[in-house]
Ligand binder design. Structure first.
Ligand code: FAD
Length: 499
């Protein structure tokens, strides 16, 4: 391991440690829900060894707030939070909740933007402590518990010369990420959306049974786990994932333009994609505030279009060749700034592009909505003027092209669109909530005309009809039928806003 890598890893770990502390720090300012007086006895649930926190417990607010990664904590209050440590804890908790008619929500990494694991009333089963990883190098597969974070799998797989299309941010939980679709690093030649790399799962259903879900065992559950995301009707306690050979060379070429030049970026990218085979290259355009320009600078001096092409190949020569069409295009000749053929490993990518210091990873108040589209460039163009008036300097728009998602009969993930466009609001003060949510809301009619659908993991919960639009009608109806079959009494919460 070279020094640069180890120090980069240390920095990432430090950031992660800081992030964990943030939840606790925030909770110190939270009102104590317990009036002065003797402590009530802790609830115990037969068979549950993990910690159990009720609403009347003094540390409840601390735990409740820690369930959601960002700072816009929903004002939703479960009656009881169970910190599951293993499958037996989950089974016992589900049986207890079903008996006591406590509706269940589930949390793995807590990164869902609308805090979907926090619901009013009922039981929240937090599986974040279940984070063991087993790699089978011979089979090129990993068996992970759902609380595993992206960075953990990156490191464990890398040690065996393997990789997984993990999310663009190191702290995201693999439970929610993979089950909702998973638009991750290096997907074009590595299995498409990450949910399609789930090859098996263990799931506790509403009757308290631990079931195996594979293409041949409970194939309907397997189908639902692969894409249902934050409306799944069970607790997944293990995911078996297909891994892929670790790319020997990862190179990135970035080109920065003023926002006013977005059309040049779009037309050049379209031309490159028509004239060259760049299907193996990950293409990301971000509309953002220039990080070194003051927050109050006028948009014409601060808003930029930051385009990066990422090549994941078996040699540096192949990676350079993959990026050549970009270096020979108007992207290179007309941009303000360029950084070409920069070498990375996955941790380096996290550090450079999506660390917790970047707008995309900064832990603040946070909201996002999106479209999946075949017209990514046009969608960005339609959003550009609205983005220009973003309420804060951390707000941004991210378009990830080249998705190449194949429709699969054994997955409820429904979209085959070429491009994900996410519209992100990031801000600090509660007093600015309304302004930022309004800004997102006003973006929807601008981007929706281009939508083939939406990505269920990054839908704004204030517009619950969008969850349905994340699925084809056939898949949505089948998901509802399976919910009725596996959870006839409605033990598990539905998508936010759905009953
Ligand atoms: C900084 C940041 C970066 C991101 N980057 C990416 C990215 O690059 N690509 C991408 O595709 N997405 C990305 N996301 C979105 C991310 O995929 C979703 O937020 C996802 O839901 C996070 O999963 P989680 O386990 O951390 O979240 P949680 O909030 O714990 O889970 C979300 C929901 O999923 C369901 N769920 C989770 N675990 C289980 C389980 N074990 N059993 C049953 N149901 C479960 C529950 O309904 C839960 O409420 C990012 C989000 C953030 C905040």
């Amino acid at each position: 391991m070279n020094n640069e890598h180890s120090s980069s890893r240390r920095r990432t770990l430090k950031q992660l440690a800081g992030m964990t502390a943030l939840g606790a720090l925030n909770a110190l300012h939270a009102p104590n829900t317990l009036a002065a007086g003797p402590k009530p006895p802790r609830l115990s649930i037969p068979g549950v060894g993990g910690k159990i926190i009720r609403r009347q417990d003094p540390d409840y607010e601390l735990w409740r707030q820690a369930m959601v990664w960002h700072q816009s904590k929903p004002k939703r209050y479960p009656d009881v939070i169970v910190q599951a440590r293993n499958d037996s804890d989950v089974i016992a908790a589900v049986k207890y909740a079903a008996k006591k008619r406590l509706k269940i929500a589930v949390r793995s990494g807590g990164h869902n933007s609308n805090g979907s694991s926090l619901r009013d009333g009922g039981m929240l089963i937090d599986v974040s402590a279940m984070s063991a990883i087993r790699i089978d190098a011979a089979k090129q597969s990993a068996s992970v518990q759902p609380g595993t974070r992206a960075l953990g799998l990156v490191q464990a797989a890398r040690d065996e010369g393997l990789s997984f299309p993990v999310p663009h941010c190191p702290s995201v939980g693999l439970g929610g990420f993979t089950m909702g679709g998973g638009i991750g690093w290096n997907y074009p030649q590595r299995g498409g959306v990450s949910t399609h790399s789930i090859v098996g799962a263990d799931v506790v259903t509403a009757d308290g049974r631990l079931r195996r879900a594979t293409p041949t065992e409970n194939p309907d559950l397997y189908w639902a786990i692969r894409g249902a995301g934050p409306g799944f009707f069970g607790v997944v306690t293990r995911l078996d994932l297909q891994l892929y050979p670790l790319p020997k060379a990862i190179l990135a070429s970035s080109y920065i333009f003023p926002l006013a030049e977005l059309e040049t970026v779009n037309t050049t990218l379209d031309a490159i994609r028509t004239q060259h085979d760049v299907t193996r290259v990950e293409l990301i355009t971000v509309l953002m505030h220039h990080p070194e320009v003051p927050a109050d600078a006028p948009p014409e001096q601060s808003k930029i279009c930051f385009f990066t092409a990422f090549a994941f190949e078996d040699s540096e020569e192949l990676a350079k060749r993959a990026l050549q069409p970009f270096a020979q295009s108007a992207l290179a000749s007309k941009c303000l700034v360029k950084m070409e053929n920069q070498p990375f490993d996955f941790e380096g990518l996290y550090e450079r592009y999506f660390s917790l210091n970047d707008p995309a990873g900064r832990c603040a108040r946070y909201a996002v909505d999106n479209v999946l589209t075949n017209q990514g460039g046009k969608t960005l163009q339609a959003l550009a003027a609205h983005f220009r008036n973003a309420p804060t300097k951390d707000c941004h728009v991210l378009a990830s092209f080249n998705m190449q998602i194949a429709a699969k009969a054994d997955s409820c993930f429904s979209s085959t669109a070429d491009c994900f466009v996410g519209f992100y609001a990031i801000w600090d003060d509660e007093k600015d909530d309304a302004r930022n949510y309004e800004w997102i809301k006003a973006a929807l009619p601008l981007m929706d005309p281009f939508a083939e659908g939406h990505y269920v993991n990054e839908v704004e919960g204030r517009h619950p009809d969008r969850f349905r639009q994340c699925f084809s009608e056939v898949n949505w109806n089948r998901l509802q039928a399976l919910r009725r079959q596996y959870d006839p009494a409605g033990v598990f919460h539905h998508y936010l806003g759905q009953t």
